[in-house]
Design a protein around this ligand. Structure first.
Ligand code: 0X9
Ligand code: ZN
Ligand code: ZN
Length: 305
């Protein structure tokens, strides 16, 4: 049976999504964002106890090698549907959850079968023998504006020949554009570094108009995580401010182009000891931290009104 003591491949995650859809038909619906370059369905799960609740969108495994992200996303789905904890129930039932556990499906398979550490997509280039685009530089928002995104197909941060050149990112864009009025919060799951990153990614000189709010909400997440017995520390700030400049990323696009004003990239465990190859023993601690962090984040953003 499905658990969170090892990492699962795409077929196993898909089968588990089907069992959850079958077990909770009244409050779940499956959706398909679109098809990947290699033709796979990009699947998501909507959890809604009361249609029209504030929407939370979770994008996970845009970077396929960051396996902890889908392990955490599936754990969250499980908690939202099965937890008996009163606070978790309140959280689950007062939001509409759009969760895409594996966005970069082709490369998720590729990292399981061929190259554990592949970062980009697998779509070939027309101008180079180097394969793939950094999907988290491919959104049409300040695309290719700064040094954090590359025009060289051989670079790990290649932004692509044009915005939305990658079918997976185009599919996200089409889906979210239609739903944006129902989505209040965008969370893009990544690893690693233990960071909560707000817009902007394209400049460290300017900040969003609600930056103070974004930091207040980020602090609530970080404080909640720190209170758990693990004592894990999450730093927070703007992407360009505390990490590095990077344009065309999910949370910046959601903020700038879709008007989703609570929008973060979350970099999970660890701080570099294991890095992308985080042992499965850390799935549960990381997932517990994420759940308590999101609970605090949503409670704090509610206070903003
Ligand atoms: O570089 C990235 O895409 C993210 N880090 S990762 O190690 N997971 O690749 C960070 C992106 C943060 N920047 C923006 N959101 N602009
Ligand atoms: Zn610009
Ligand atoms: Zn990443």
């Amino acid at each position: 049976t499905f658990g969170w003591t090892r990492y699962y491949n795409l077929a196993e995650i898909d089968a588990w999504l089907d069992t959850m859809l079958a077990a909770y038909p009244d409050v779940t619906s499956g959706f398909v964002l679109g098809q990947s370059y290699e033709g796979r369905d990009i699947r998501g799960l909507l959890i809604s106890y009361k249609w029209g609740n504030p929407g939370v969108f979770i994008e996970s495994n845009i970077h396929a090698r960051e396996w902890i992200t889908s392990a955490t996303a599936t754990w969250l789905i499980n908690e939202l549907l099965t937890s008996k904890d009163e606070l978790v129930r309140e959280l689950a039932e007062s939001h509409d959850w759009y969760i895409v556990p594996v966005l970069n499906v082709d490369v998720f398979v590729y990292t399981h079968e061929t190259d554990r550490l592949w970062r980009k997509t697998r779509q070939p280039s027309r101008i180079s023998d180097c394969v793939g685009v950094d999907p988290n530089r491919n959104y049409d928002s300040h695309w290719m504006e700064n040094g954090g995104a590359s025009s060289n197909p051989c670079d790990e941060t290649y932004a692509g020949p044009q915005p939305f050149s990658e079918p997976e990112i185009k599919a996200m864009s089409d889906f979210v554009s239609i739903l944006k009025d129902k989505i209040n919060v965008m969370l893009a799951f990544h690893s690693y570094s233990q960071l909560l990153l707000s817009p902007y990614g394209h400049t460290a000189e300017e900040f969003p108009e609600n930056y103070a709010d974004l930091m207040q909400v980020a602090k609530a997440y970080s404080d909640a995580v720190h209170q758990l017995p693990y004592g894990t520390i999450y730093k927070y700030g703007s992407s360009a401010g505390i990490l590095y400049p990077a344009s065309g990323a999910t949370n910046d696009w959601a903020y700038n182009e879709q008007d989703i004003k609570i929008s973060y990239t979350i970099e999970f465990r660890d701080t570099g000891n294991f890095g992308f190859v985080l042992p499965a023993a850390f799935i549960k601690p990381n997932a517990e931290e994420t759940l308590i962090g999101i609970m605090a984040l949503l409670a704090e953003s509610k206070k903003l009104g």
